[in-house]
Design a protein around this ligand. Structure first.
Ligand code: OOG
Ligand code: MG
Length: 266
């Protein structure tokens, strides 16, 4: 066991290197075909320790592949979770592409918790009473694998492709408007490129929080008070490049706009 944890730790350190330097890598499952999904989540947990050593602390969780559109586009047919750290939060409306490989963006709803939430078989009522507020969000995913191509084990070990996230300026009461009928539209350089509904996320984004709590409980973990949780893309993700302007409209919840820049013109 000792040696297994040691080698999972080395894998976590290697992934951390590729994530922080923005260097793509071969799929882990090529070199380690026997890794299990459980091992991959353990790698993620060990990665959290690597980040912590750099004082990059966990501030939340993300769910991924909670919509059929997203599952189909990457060929993995079950939801996954990942960890969000302090350095991933973009403050302001410029997304620096420095250190990113082949970033994609997707519209999401974020929950911010006021109480711990843990366990199997939670109900929407349990989630709402533990939620402080919700916010429109845009997640930037950037798989470290070549061509954004991976298996379930690979993507879990790579922290569910987590890279950056942007939250709107305005927070809302969780009771503001029905989240399953929330319509989102995503524009790149003025052109509408994706649209979707809140119900694309497991029928209702609240279900994503229930699923996360259930998956974390299986791994002996829970959602902690104060954490931000991204519930998963409502549409397919789109590629973004230097100079692109992205606007995501969230109907009654307003919009998020930002520019992508490689920083070379500044
Ligand atoms: C995996 C992460 C998916 C989402 O919201 O569905 C994700 C990937 O597509 O690289 O973040
Ligand atoms: Mg996402």
């Amino acid at each position: 066991m000792e040696t297994k944890t040691q080698s999972l730790k080395q894998i976590a350190e290697n992934i951390d290197f590729h994530q922080t330097k923005g260097i793509e890598m071969d799929k882990l499952t090529i070199a380690y075909p026997n890794l299990s999904v459980r091992d991959a989540y353990e790698i993620q947990e060990l990665w959290e320790q690597c980040a912590k050593k750099r004082e990059d602390n966990k501030i939340g969780w993300k769910m991924g592949l909670t919509s059929i559109a997203k599952q189909k586009s990457v060929g993995v047919n079950e939801p996954i979770y990942g960890r969000l750290t302090n350095s991933m939060e973009v403050k302001g409306n410029t997304l620096s592409l420095k250190g990113l490989i082949h970033p994609r963006v997707e519209p999401e709803v974020a929950f911010v918790m006021k109480k711990d939430l843990k366990g199997k078989n939670l109900t929407p009522r349990d989630v709402w009473s533990a939620t402080e507020f919700i916010m429109p969000a845009v997640e930037v995913i950037d798989s470290r694998y070549k061509n954004f191509s991976f298996t379930l084990v690979d993507v879990v070990a790579d922290n569910a492709s987590s890279s950056r996230f942007i939250l709107s300026n305005q927070a809302f009461s969780p009771f503001h408007s029905p989240m399953d009928s929330l319509e989102v539209s995503m524009y790149r350089n003025g052109e509408k490129v994706q649209s979707g509904l809140g119900s694309a996320v497991l029928g209702h984004p609240v279900k994503s929080i229930i699923k996360l709590a259930e998956m974390l409980d299986r791994d002996g973990l829970g959602i902690e008070a104060g954490m931000v949780v991204l519930t998963g893309g409502m549409t397919e993700a789109i590629n973004i490049y230097d100079g692109d302007t992205v606007k995501v409209e969230f109907g009654p919840l307003g919009s998020i706009s930002f520019n992508a820049s490689n920083g070379k013109d500044e």
